[in-house]
Design a protein around this ligand. Structure first.
Ligand code: ZN
Length: 459
């Protein structure tokens, strides 16, 4: 795209700017599948630039983007007089920060009860369309990277990998996707049943193992099929009764951690859901799991072990808020109101407790943002940042959880999670600073993912 005129247009109100960006989006959507969409070269004039969460934002900066990467960051508003054709996007009224990262989404499902069966009945091709649609919704919410945690279905694996690859080739709009494939679980604890045995028997679950060698094989199998990291269920689930505190043996957990480590991929313990104890999650930390996820019931040792091992904690705050109503009379009013009454009551009781996110934060554990979207509509992922704020987690720590911490936890901080020359051009612009008004994160104005520009027409 060639812009012959140096433009100083306010992107919020100017219809020409909207039109130009619509054309950019149209170009993206019309790119033939599998063909790499060439990223354009352009510059941003940024009023307030947060290069890395935790640092002080800089005033009046110019960011040059070339070939999908950040080429340079210059103080002041450079006019590039030697290159009059260069497109310059006016963000002088905006706050620009690294693109958000959500480390826990379920791209092929949503919160509606019929979604439970659709993942079984649908072909991988049909699910791929759902995954692509959900991925685009999350991108439009300001998220340029997401981690799909899987659900134990082969069709889901295939759909997510296909969409992941299409997005990375520029053939579809969406955030970069890192995918777990199917979670590794003990027999009977793969969480695929969803209160319907017919669902469990219909073709799943993938990824279950018995014994260290079998678990080692399942890790390698997931990686062979295309997983970017490994997700493990070391305990029971909130959606299952009873929910044991440990479902994989010590030897199995050790074998999983060792295999992932040898393969050079991160491994997540997604559990800690037993009111009886936290053995499963604590053993996982001791064996070297990189991230603990969910952990509704930590014990006194959990965060001490995690901090000692330099691990990360990915709690879900908004998902519980959204899933169930706020009073015993309105339990069914939440996004998961179709769940059995006994589960809703358990979730409601949890809602009255101090969230483990806050316990971990007070223990100075490193938090990473993990919304669990799919429990609530995809695209509402920014509500997780608002939920952090409501708990009293500082805006700076909230933004770090959603950017640099998440990138570092997954070992991709050399590519994304902050804004620096050489990194992928993953940025989001807001009308005001989320450091002063976190509510604005639900209303991004502009998202740039791998140097491709997307405008938020709906806000
Ligand atoms: Zn989940």
């Amino acid at each position: 795209m060639v812009m012959a005129v140096f433009r100083r247009l306010n992107f919020r109100f100017n219809p020409v700017f909207r039109f130009v960006l619509s054309l950019t989006l149209l170009n993206l959507l019309s790119a033939p599948a599998g063909q790499c969409q060439e990223e354009s070269t352009f510059a941003l004039h940024v009023g307030t630039l947060l290069k890395k969460a935790g640092e002080s934002p800089l005033k009046d900066q110019t960011v040059l983007i070339e070939g999908g990467l950040i080429a340079s960051i210059l103080p002041g508003f450079h006019t590039f007089d030697d290159n009059p054709a260069l497109e310059i996007i006016d963000l002088r009224q905006a706050f620009v920060m690294p693109g958000l990262i959500d480390t826990h989404v379920h791209l092929s499902t949503d919160h509606r009860p019929e979604s439970t069966l659709s993942v079984v009945k649908s072909s991988s091709a049909e699910l791929a369309i759902i995954v692509a649609r959900n991925a685009e919704s999350i991108l439009m919410a300001g998220f340029t990277t997401v981690m799909d945690l899987g659900n134990g279905w082969r069709q889901h694996e295939q759909a997510v990998y296909a969409v992941r690859d299409a997005i990375s080739q520029g053939a579809l709009p969406g955030p970069e996707i890192l995918a777990a494939g199917s979670p590794i679980a003990a027999h009977g604890f793969a969480r695929t049943g969803r209160f319907n045995d017919a669902v469990e028997f219909a073709g799943g679950p993938e990824g279950t193992c018995q014994g260290p060698e079998s678990c080692r094989y399942q890790v390698l199998e997931q990686l062979y099929r295309g997983a970017d990291f490994i997700n493990v269920y070391p305990t029971g689930s909130l959606l299952q009764q009873p929910s044991p505190q440990q479902t994989l043996t010590n030897d199995e957990l050790s074998a999983i951690a060792e295999t992932a480590d040898l393969a050079g991929v991160k491994v997540i313990a997604d559990g800690g859901n037993s009111p009886v104890g936290a053995a499963g999650i604590n053993r996982a930390i001791e064996y070297g799991f990189d991230i603990i996820d969910t952990v509704t019931f930590p014990d006194n040792a959990t965060f001490r072990l995690l901090n000692r091992n330099d691990g990360y904690f990915a709690p879900h705050v908004y998902a519980l808020e959204a899933a169930v109503g706020d009073t015993p009379e309105t339990l069914e009013k939440g996004s998961m109101g179709w769940l059995p009454r006994s589960i809703l009551e358990q979730l409601y009781a949890l809602k009255q407790q101090t969230p483990s996110a806050l316990v971990g934060y007070r223990e100075k554990s490193k938090l990473i943002l993990a919304s669990d979207s799919g429990v609530f509509p995809h695209g509402d992922n920014g509500n997780e940042l608002l939920a952090y704020s409501k708990l009293g987690i500082t805006p700076a720590d909230t933004l770090a959880a959603a950017t640099i911490n998440a990138a570092t936890a997954f070992g991709i901080e050399a590519r994304t999670g902050h804004i620096a020359p050489g990194l992928e051009a993953d940025l989001v612009a807001f009308r005001e600073s989320p450091l002063e008004n976190m509510g604005i994160v639900a209303h991004p104005e502009l998202v740039i993912s791998d140097g491709r520009i997307f405008y938020m027409g709906k806000h």
